[in-house]
Design a protein around this ligand. Structure first.
Ligand code: PBG
Length: 331
């Protein structure tokens, strides 16, 4: 593109010199419609428990969920995403608790769908909150077995859909899972249940606090590099997304967010489909702690989210959703 204009007849500061003109020419904006709120659920009654590595984020027992859901409703957020902290005595090699129709997620979805009509609920399909080894799939002969895991994921997705989940979000990174889950849902009359594929999910160091939150951190041996993407790769993201679109994904996610802005932009420009990004737990904790210690000004939170929008995200999963939405008018 040829850059037009020349100083002094062109002065770009003219369109920056007051708040009203900056608002008028702004190319990207953040609204409640852009934000998805993740929520951690735990067993018990009357519990709102701090998560050490995520200041300001809590695990809620189901009877206390309204404390946070009422706020999501008040600010008109379009969707919440729920994640379970499964008690360790319910974790095993196959993650069988994922298929228990009375597990935390099933009870959580039912509770939310009954009480709240104005936002959608998204549920994670993957086995890591349920396995004794903390991996997203089953281990057979020392390896994460792709096709055996698919059989379980199909059942997990179907169960979540039956409980009322609006958006099934496979985050496990097994090959072929989108097609396999779409077929299963369609066969069982869940044609309207949407699939958000975590199509581009990197084997990242930024998931640490989340693993703490769902209680899989101390269980996890090794890393997730045999199924999550290699951080050195760019073109491979195109292959992941094109396969998932063919298999029936309604929208795709790039994860983590800020370290992968180039990937969000690539996917958005190439495929012209809704692209979501996940500002993950490590990104949250870095920024949150810096703001708490006054190393960073609080507006760094807004800046981090606008960067994700500018790169091409349609919506962002962020632990800052409630903090930010309450202050949108002041940015
Ligand atoms: C589980 C899952 C993870 C996250 C979302 N779903 C962790 C992982 O893959 O180890 C990470 C989210 C975050 O860090 O905020 N499959």
């Amino acid at each position: 593109m040829k850059i037009l204009g020349k100083f002094p007849s062109t002065r770009l500061r003219r369109v920056r010199n007051s708040d009203w003109i900056r608002r008028l020419v702004s190319e990207n904006n953040l609204s409640p419609n852009d934000l998805i709120l993740p929520i951690f659920i735990r067993e018990g009654k009357n519990k709102i428990e701090k998560i050490k590595s995520m200041p300001g984020v809590y695990r809620y027992s189901i009877d206390m969920l309204s404390k946070i859901l009422d706020k999501a409703e008040k600010f008109n957020l379009p969707m919440v995403a729920i994640f379970p902290n499964t008690p360790s005595d319910k974790r095993d090699n196959n993650g069988s608790e994922a298929l228990n129709e009375n597990n935390l997620i099933c009870r959580g979805v039912k509770f939310i769908k009954k009480k709240y009509k104005n936002f959608g609920v998204m549920t994670d399909v993957a086995l890591d909150p349920y396995t004794s080894h903390g991996h997203d799939g089953v281990i057979i002969n020392g390896k994460i077995d792709n096709d055996e895991t698919l059989k379980i994921l199909n059942k997990q997705a179907l169960l979540q859909a039956a409980m009322g989940s609006d958006v099934i979000a496979p985050s496990d990174m097994m090959d072929g899972r989108i097609g396999s889950i779409r077929k299963t849902l369609d066969k069982n009359k869940f044609k309207d249940t949407k699939i958000l594929s975590y199509a581009v999910k990197y084997a990242s160091n930024f998931y640490g606090p989340f693993r703490d939150a769902v209680g899989s951190k101390s269980n996890l041996k090794g890393d997730k590099k045999t199924y999550q993407m290699d951080m050195r790769n760019y073109n491979e993201a195109l292959r992941e997304v094109s396969l998932d679109i063919k298999e029936g994904a309604d929208f795709v996610m790039v994860k983590p967010g800020m370290p992968y802005l180039d990937i969000i932009s690539l996917i958005k420009k190439t495929f012209k489909i809704p692209v979501f990004s996940y500002q993950v737990s490590g990104e949250y904790s870095m920024i949150k702690n810096s703001v708490k210690n006054k190393y960073l000004n609080e507006n760094a939170i807004y800046e981090s989210l606008i960067s994700l929008k500018r790169a091409g995200s349609n919506a962002i999963i962020t632990y800052f959703a409630l903090d930010v939405v309450a202050k949108l008018d002041s940015y």
